[in-house]
Structure formats: structure tokens, C-alpha cells
Design a binder for this molecule. Structure first.
Ligand SMILES: Cc1ncc(COP(=O)(O)O)c(C=O)c1O
Length: 388
């Protein structure tokens, strides 16, 4: 065990504010009783403001992947034609879930590090169909790229107006700009352990009236993840199965903190920490994976230089309390990722940059003390609009 406080810089689970941690220690309530109904109704109403939606929002006790599975099984039938727009490991996972349940999936993949291009989605939609659904990832955590969901959804509405738009917004919603209703998104999934500053265990799923119409005739096999069952229970102030009550206690407090900060300020803070991480890593000589135009403000991926021994480097980072994430899928061993979402401040990032500088200097690499920290701070101040 490390005796120093960790700077947990992975893209979820994210560290929790003290008040959120404490809320998780509260005594249980009857999940079929009135206290729970009040809790759930209040959480749902507040989630809707962060989702920017008037649609139903349901709470599913599951990891984010369970939320994605609920989106597939509740609205689709085996044989349905689905276009899976994928730009990385999580887009691939969404496509895999749809295939596992028998959807007829066409994958439109982009080179890792790039965002999906609306023109290519246009082309793919026109080339096939009739489409029942289009799957998209808002923020591809494996490549640290944020997709232009508004533009992608616009194309889908134009070319395949009957297709449902299902969005994995797990690692971006609540941190970076997102509009469920204004962008016409039918099903939007997020997860408690990301921007919401809460322990893992809950997935949130927004569902449009059009998606509910599809649910009425959807034939994919389902039980636990049946969102119609969740809807019926939610109307009675309950959940179909025993929910992660402690995580919901935490969420209630986290939402209060988010409301106090306000959504525009949360977005601004994420823009600042994102800019700070990118500037700092670049100053340290790392090459970033993401196309700069679509670089994520919740996670950053950097190539590990060939002459840098990852194990030694990461071991040293850990000794200083800096916990970063490795690469996934094809990028395993090739990149490392720094998470900067949820309960994260600019000083957290400056600390991470100081540790990176210190570690690289100890490893005899040509880094000048203070340069990455300074570059990070300058970028953050600029993103905040404090300096030009
Ligand atoms: C974009 C995205 N989709 C899906 C998932 C899967 O979520 P979970 O690990 O909670 O199942 C993650 C988790 O990192 C993610 O970042």
C-alpha cells in the first residue's frame, strides 16, 4: 500500500469527493419503500437536466457495459440492420453486443485516434439499410477522441430518418457539452464511475418516445436488462431488481455538487484540464494519439516512446502516487492514458505533470524541471479565459 495519497488519473473509476464517499456509508433504506421512491425520483429529475432531455431516464444497476446491453436488447430484434460507427475499443464493444444478440451489424470503423467523419457515415448509410439503428460513441476512451455527435446524428436523421440513434456517452456525459434532445438522440447511456464522481455500479439510460415505440415490438431475448421493466418500476418509484442503494446515496450528493458548480462551469473546467494535460505531455516530448481537432477533454492518450521502458516508468509514477492507465486492445503496451474527468482540478493536473517531469529526469531523459508544469498551467489559464 502506498502511504501517499494517490492522484488517480485513470478514465474511471474516478476519485470521489469526500461528501460523496461519506454518503455511501449511510444506513440502507427499504428499496420498495417511500424513502427510496423520493431518492430515485429526485435523482432522475436531476439527471435529466445534465442529459439535457425531457425523455425518460432510467437507472440500471450495472456497469456501463450493462447499460449498453440494455440499449441493444430493449429496442432491437434479431436480424435488424444496425450501423455501428466505431472509432476504438468501446465502439467495437457496442457493435459486439449487437452482434451477440443477432443484429445484422455493419461496422464503419475509423483509424484509431481519429473521429468518425459525417461524410463517411452518410455514405455508409446510403449504401445499405433499411437501418433500424445507428450506434455511436460520444467519447472513445480507448483512443481519447471525442466524436462530433451532433454532426453525426444530423447525417443519420437526414439519410435514415427512421433509424434509432443509440449513443454510448459513458465517459463524456456530465463533463463535456452534450445535448440529448437538441441533437435528436434516442438512447443515451452513461455510467456512474465517470463524470458523475460516484462509485461504479450504476448505468443511466435516456430513452426517447420513438425508442419506446420500438421497445414495444423488440424481440431480442432479455430479462435483467429489459428497460420496459425498468420504466414500469420507475413509475412506481422502484427498480425491477435490488438497486445499488449505496451508490444512489452517493449520486444524490454528487448531483448536488454538480448543480452547485453548474454545467457551464463543469464544461469549462474539463476544457481547462484537457488543455493542460495535452500541453504538459507535449512539452515533455510525448506524441499524442488523438487528432487534435477531436482531442477528448476527459482523457488523453500518449504514445510510449520506444526507448522508454514502460514498466520502470510506470513503477516510478506509482511510487509518487500518480496512477495512469495503459492502452486497450491494439494499443496495449503502446500508449498510456491520463484520465481527467469528474472530480478533477487544475492543481491535480499540475501535480501529475510534476511527477511526470520528476520521473523522466530520474530516468535521465532530457526534461527541464518546471517546463511541463508551466506549459500546463499556461494552457489551463488560457482555456479558462483568465489569460489570452
Ligand atoms: C466509452 C466507454 N464505453 C463503455 C465503457 C464500459 O463501461 P464499464 O467498464 O462500466 O462496463 C467504458 C468504460 O471505460 C467507456 O469508457
Amino acid at each position: 500500500m502506498n502511504r501517499f495519497e494517490a492522484n488517480l488519473r485513470i478514465p474511471g473509476p474516478t476519485s470521489l469527493p469526500d461528501a460523496v464517499r461519506e454518503a455511501g456509508a449511510r444506513q440502507m433504506v427499504n428499496h420498495r419503500g417511500p424513502e427510496f421512491a423520493v431518492l430515485q425520483n429526485s435523482i432522475i429529475a436531476r439527471l435529466k437536466t445534465f442529459y439535457k432531455t425531457e425523455n425518460d431516464v432510467l437507472i440500471v444497476t450495472a456497469a456501463g457495459t450493462g447499460g449498453l446491453e440494455s440499449a441493444i436488447v430493449s429496442f432491437l430484434s434479431p436480424g435488424d440492420k444496425v450501423l455501428a460507427v466505431t472509432i476504438g475499443a468501446f465502439g467495437d464493444r457496442f457493435a459486439k453486443i449487437a452482434s451477440a444478440y443477432g443484429a445484422d451489424v455493419t461496422k464503419l470503423a475509423s483509424e484509431w485516434g481519429k473521429a468518425a467523419e459525417p461524410a463517411k457515415v452518410h455514405e455508409a448509410l446510403q449504401a445499405g439499410g433499411p437501418w433500424k439503428a445507428v450506434l455511436m460513441t460520444q467519447n472513445e476512451t480507448s483512443t481519447a477522441v471525442t466524436n462530433p455527435i451532433e454532426a453525426l446524428a444530423k447525417v443519420a436523421h437526414e439519410v435514415a430518418p427512421d433509424a434509432l440513434i443509440l449513443v454510448d456517452a459513458i465517459s463524456g456525459l456530465g463533463a463535456v457539452p452534450f445535448e440529448t434532445d437538441a441533437w435528436g438522440l434516442d438512447v443515451v447511456v452513461s455510467g456512474s464511475q465517470k463524470a458523475w464522481m460516484v462509485a461504479p455500479g450504476l448505468s443511466f439510460v435516456a430513452v426517447s418516445p420513438r425508442a419506446w415505440e420500438a421497445a414495444a415490438v423488440a424481440k431480442m431475448p432479455k430479462f435483467y436488462f429489459d428497460l420496459l421493466a425498468h420504466k414500469t418500476s420507475a413509475e412506481a418509484g422502484q427498480t425491477p431488481w435490488t438497486p445499488a442503494v449505496a451508490v444512489m446515496f452517493q449520486l444524490e450528493v454528487a448531483l448536488q455538487l454538480m448543480e452547485q458548480e453548474t454545467l457551464p462551469e463543469i464544461w469549462k473546467r474539463h476544457a481547462a484540464v484537457g488543455a493542460a494535460v495535452r500541453a504538459g505531455l507535449t512539452t515533455l516530448g510525448f506524441k499524442l494519439l488523438a487528432d487534435p481537432k477531436f482531442a477528448s477533454d476527459t482523457v488523453t492518450g500518449a504514445w510510449i516512446p520506444e526507448d522508454l521502458d514502460w514498466k520502470t516508468f510506470n513503477g516510478k509514477l506509482r511510487k509518487y502516487g500518480l496512477i495512469v492507465a495503459g492502452g486497450q486492445g491494439a494499443l496495449k503496451g503502446k500508449i498510456f492514458r491520463i484520465g481527467h474527468l469528474g472530480h478533477v482540478t487544475i492543481p491535480n493536473i499540475l501535480n501529475a505533470m510534476a511527477v511526470l517531469e520528476q520521473t523522466l529526469i530520474e530516468l535521465d531523459r532530457p526534461v527541464t524541471p518546471g517546463t511541463a508544469v508551466a506549459a500546463s498551467q499556461v494552457a489551463a489559464l488560457k482555456a479558462l479565459g483568465v489569460t489570452k
